[in-house]
Design a protein around this ligand. Sequence first.
Ligand code: ATP
Ligand code: MG
Length: 569
Amino acid sequence: MKQSMTFIPTLREVPAGADVKSHQLLLRAGYIRQTASGIYSFLPLGKKVLRKVEEIVREEMDNAGAAELLMPALQQSELWKESGRWATYGPELMRLNDRHDREFALGATHEEVIMSLVRDEIKSYKKLPLTLYQIQNKFRDEKRPRFGLLRGREFIMKDAYSFHSSFESLDETYEKLFEAYCKIFERCGLNFRAVIADSGAMGGKDTHEFMVLSDIGEDIIAYSDSSDYAANIEMAEVVDHYTVSEEKEEELEKVSTPNQRTIEDVSVFLNKESSQCVKSLLFKVDEEYVLVLSRGDHEINDIKVKNYLNAKVVELASASETKAVFGCEVGSIGPISINKDIRVIADNAVKYMTNAVTGANEDGYHYVNVNISRDVTAIGFADLRFIKEGDPSPDGQGKILFAKGIEVGHVFKLGTRYSAAMNGTYLDENGRAKEIIMGCYGIGVSRTLAAIAEQYNDENGLLWPSNLTPFDLHLIPINMKDEAQKTLTEELYQQLKQHRYDVLMDDRAERPGVKFADSDLIGLPIRITVGKKAGEGIVEVKVRKTGEMLEVKKEELLDTIQNLFETLA
Ligand code: ATP
Ligand code: MG
């Protein structure tokens, strides 16, 4: 492709409002342009990389036995009403009316559409299992679109859905697609982890998120320093690894702690460690009050509280609610001698605290020498806290470290959530109607592209891995008006194309400095410069990643390039 004939609007300055590297560079190198908040055009270079990412996704999905289809982006509200999500999906769903005032949504996801397709066509167990996928634009009116393609309002997703007559079959497909996802992200050259995630409101069982490790990630991952264990911090289990102290249990005593409200205040005032203080928080759990205890240096994880109590809604009680229940300020509450109707639960670590400090349910007073098992009756212990760095990895191997991650993919066992709501049944071997069991699997294709750009760049621009680069080679004549340079450039351009290289030739009448700066920004793996030695048939070859530079005779150019690509792969 001749550069004069394509559209690569590069920018020298960092555009305002672009906070992360990938967003800045994709804009500056002319890969994308924003048309409205969170809505982007892929310019020719961006489109070429996008196709390569999509091709990797397609190959691995096809290999895993999934078949591609394409569903409409425009979806009638009736289907969403059947699943119940018309009411629950919230403002992220872009809704609109047609000329007859019928309600539609722009697809944020396609469980409803695909369930309606499958339930109408798949009547027998003989047609199961079945896995279908598409690559398509999705619409979500995100509250905070940001970081360019990483969180858009219109973005490209690969979404797959699998259908089964048994949970074993779902497990098998889940496993297969899990493997396919690993291959996809490996082929994209990404440093990623598959992490155990929260199945949350979707009500499913197994679910994993694929996270690219990155400082700009919005999620925190807890991972083992010596195995491949990784989980979203909300989900990471804290094993009961604490030890019993040798200390003798002392007699419970109430002490005055005037104006000491926080764990920090109290521990300093009483000359104790925060790990010797019990933190007491009052939660409202499905309209009942529950007092939850943890060690002062630990944080209660309300998702764990919710799962332990099998509750629907768990929220911290307000200061005024707490005062109404305990008759004192939030900072003075504790588990001793409280109303028997209030259930008390504690994180496992609390069980091992000896002679601890708690609030005395009276402003300005605390108890010391509290021994929970002795002093509080009817208490339940469980893992209720957030994991911390340095905690043992739940798989028994190594210690936990934290990293930030960008979610690029998500696999999820849905079970019968949609078939039950939408009457998706098939007939089993005995002719009985059964609900179809389902799984769903998403990859943010445009987000993946941005995650790759985020990982592959330097101070001069992008640095594409050779399997994802928009063009293989950047061919740059210094001066197209020089006859020898022009002739050699044209000759090499034809020859390289014949050898199946995808070549971008900078035939523009720009100064060499401009051409080189643009070339570094665009980030193709190998640059061939045709300059002063063109008359002797000599060109300069530069490797973008390493800066390595070679003078090469035109007869040796093909071999040189082939060797360089082999070392880059
Ligand atoms: P997030 O927590 O980042 O909002 P999600 O849990 O809403 O993601 P899913 O519904 O699981 O995402 O969608 C599947 C995939 O689509 C995600 O793993 C992610 O890679 C991608 N994705 C989701 N929302 C966006 C967005 N606003 N812009 C770009 N990609 C997105
Ligand atoms: Mg989201």
